[in-house]
Each structure stands twice: as C-alpha cells, then as structure tokens.
Design a protein around this ligand. Structure first.
Ligand code: PLP
Length: 389
C-alpha cells in the first residue's frame, strides 16, 4: 500500500527517523549508566512501546492507571505511573495490575500517601511508590528544599502499605526556552543540570536525615523530559547518581523540539498527511489555502518559538519546509494556511505537516501508519487513546 491510498488527514511515522530517535536515546541512557523508561503517553501504542523495549527500555512510564492497563493487558509488565494517585478507582486499578505486573506510582502529599497505604495494607499488598519532587517546574511534587518534605519522606518510608522506591521529577520548564541573553543550548544545559543536581542533593539530604531506605543503590532517582535529556550528563555525589530517565517525545520529536534546538527537522518522525481542500484570495488579496487537518488533528498547542500550527514540508524525504507558507489558524476541521506571494499548491494536492506537539497529535487518532518513503509498512493502533482514567 502507498500513502496515496490512505484517506487524509492521517498520521504517518517515518520508520528510519523513528528508529534513529529510539537508538539515539538508548545510547544516551547507556552512556550515562541509567535505565531508560520511556513515557508512552507520547504514543499510547503497544506496538511502539515494543520497539522501545527492543531498544533496551527497562519498562515504561505512563500518566494514568487506565493508560497503564492497555499496556499491561498486552504483556508489558513493568510500569511506572508518573502521576500522583488519589482516587480509590485508581488505587484499585493499580492493585489489579499488580497481579501480573510490577507497577509503581507517585505520591506528592502525605494525605494521599496515608490513604494509599491504608488501601494497599488492607488488601495485604505493599505498593511501590516514588516521592514526586518539584525541581523547578512548579507543577506537582514536594519542594526539594523544605524541611516539611524531609519529614514527609520519613513518614512515607514507614507506611505499612507502601514501599518507597525512589524520587521522581519532571523538568517541564525545559520547554520554556532561553532566558534573556542565554542561547538555546545554554538553556537546555541549565535546566538539565538543575533537574539532575537538585534530585541528587535531595537524596543526599534524605540520607543525612536518616530516612529509611534513602541510600544509594536503594533509591531510584528518576528524571526526564526530552529537552532536558538532550543536555543530560550524569554525575555522582556521595554515592548517589541519576538511575533512570523517562523521556517521552523523543521518538517522534516535533516543531516544538526543533524550535528549542533539541532536534533538527530531519529528526521529526511524525507527520500529518493532509489534503488541500480550498484555495482563495482573502478580501485584502492575499492567497489562502485550507487543508483538511484542523485543530482536531494538529491540536492548538503552540510552544516556545513555534511558527504557527505546524511546519508544512516541501519535500518529506529531505524534510525541507515549504517556503513562505504558514499555518496561521485552525478551525476544527480546517487548517488556515497563509501563502505570501502565491501558492504552488493546487486543490487536491497532499502535504505533510510536522505538528507542533506530537504527543497530543497522536492522541487525536485511533491509528497511525509506519511508512518508508511513499510505502506503508505497518498500521498501528493507538491502544490507550482516551485512557485518561
Ligand atoms: N515524566 C513526566 C512526569 C511527564 O509529565 C512527562 C511529559 O509530560 C515526561 C516524563 C516526558 O517528557 P517529554 O514528553 O518532554 O519527553
């Protein structure tokens, strides 16, 4: 089958770019002596998780128990839920999965830790947890430099229904781009070093405070975002090192990663194939094209430095972008493409678009196609689509 045979809009994954991205992150993990536990919320596909395992991933990371179930049912049996679990239905889902898989999750409050401990202890279970730590992003997680966090760690480590397996952080501020006067590379280095150093420093603090189990070799130190991993170099302090990385986006990359200097456009494995459905001049005389990929495929996500809502390719083999065009707007089913100076595209032409944010784009469809140039290699299911429970 050729990609010309597929109805648009459709998600295409270029196999050699995918495989290169997988191999590159696997090499980065092994150079740094850490295990790779990719965050599969990026693709939600069992088939792609299997490719990650084939490249040496130690297990997978997910955001929610419902998402985890899709992978556990498919036989992937080592899952970290990088999310604070508070509701009974989520704890029940973890308990059920613990029958056939190694499952751990995050706690970021003592209330949730006590409730989880009570739940698992009353079911004669002990669940593995990681204490989520905020190393600068400002989302969930205990503050790494507060005495309340040390007291919380000591309490969590003693709870009967939980086993404190480690500390976990996500440097989501790696997406914020450079500060004034900083280069892209300096910004990535700053966030990456901060993520690493603050985690190791907090582990040292917990050990000095005598927190049960807070010793090197016993405590997993789990970090990771795709941008911060681009600049990651492990270090050792008082026996502690980073032990695990959890990048997600890296297998595809996207226009956000290109703008941040994390990847080149030729690394972007995921594209949306769309058709030009309309071509008009607006009232000021400017030419506009409309493609059949709107916000329900390309999503409305924009990030640091992204020009418009995705990059339209002129040539998907060389990954050159089409000059003088920009997706300036999105309706639900229309992408609004502005063309300065007139378009070479006609109604019915097909274009490939590198989306701004691959992780959300994947979640808009039930399936995607692995391709090799014009040839379709495999249709894959996006198995955990919609599983945010
Ligand atoms: N870990 C957690 C907790 C996350 O929230 C995310 C992304 O949102 C990741 C890891 C992976 O980050 P990225 O998609 O930048 O690779």
């Amino acid at each position: 089958m050729l990609i010309d045979d597929l109805p648009t809009p459709v998600l295409l994954i270029e196999e050699h770019r995918l495989e290169n991205n997988l191999a590159r992150m696997a090499a980065r993990a092994s150079e740094n002596g850490v295990s790779l536990r990719p965050h599969v919320k990026t693709h939600k596909s069992v088939s792609l998780a299997r490719r990650q395992m084939a490249h040496g991933a130690a297990g997978i990371t997910v955001a929610k128990p419902g998402e985890a179930e899709a992978f556990v049912q498919a036989g992937i049996d080592d899952v970290r839920i990088a999310y604070p679990l508070v509701s009974t239905h989520r704890l029940e889902a973890v308990a059920a999965m613990m029958r056939s898989a190694r499952v751990s999750f995050c706690v970021d409050s003592t209330e949730a830790a006590y409730a989880a401990s009570q739940f698992f202890a009353s079911n004669d279970l002990k669940a593995g947890v990681l204490m989520e730590v905020d190393t600068g992003y400002g989302r969930s997680g205990f503050r790494d430099n507060e005495s309340a966090s040390i007291r919380a760690a000591a309490e969590i480590a003693r709870l009967p229904g939980l086993r404190l397996e480690g500390l976990l952080t996500h440097a989501g501020h790696s997406y914020h781009g450079p500060r004034k006067g900083e280069t892209l590379a300096e910004a990535l280095g700053r966030v990456s070093n901060e993520e690493r150093d603050r985690m190791i420093a907090f582990a040292c603090t917990l050990r000095e405070a005598g927190v049960k189990g807070a010793t090197p070799g016993n405590l997993e130190l789990s970090i990771g975002s795709t941008p911060s991993m681009a600049a990651f170099n492990n270090v050792e302090k008082n026996g502690f090192t980073i032990t695990e990385i959890r990048p997600g986006n890296y297998l595809f990359h996207d226009a956000m990663q290109v703008a941040l200097g994390v990847a080149g456009i030729a690394d972007c494995a995921l594209t949306v194939l769309a058709t030009v459905v309309s071509r008009h001049r607006d009232r000021s005389g400017k030419e506009r094209l409309f493609i059949d990929a709107g916000k329900k495929v390309l999503t409305t996500d924009v990030g640091y430095g992204t020009p418009g809502h995705g990059l339209i390719l002129f040539n998907s083999a060389t990954m050159e972008t089409l000059p003088h065009v920009q997706i300036t707007g999105l309706s639900e089913e229309h992408g609004w493409v502005q063309v300065s100076g007139g378009s070479t595209l006609k109604i019915g032409d097909r274009v490939r678009v590198v989306p701004n944010h691959a992780c959300v784009t994947m979640h808009t469809q039930d399936q995607a196609y692995i391709v090799d140039g014009d040839r379709v290699v495999e249709k894959i299911a996006i198995d955990a689509r919609g599983r945010s429970d």
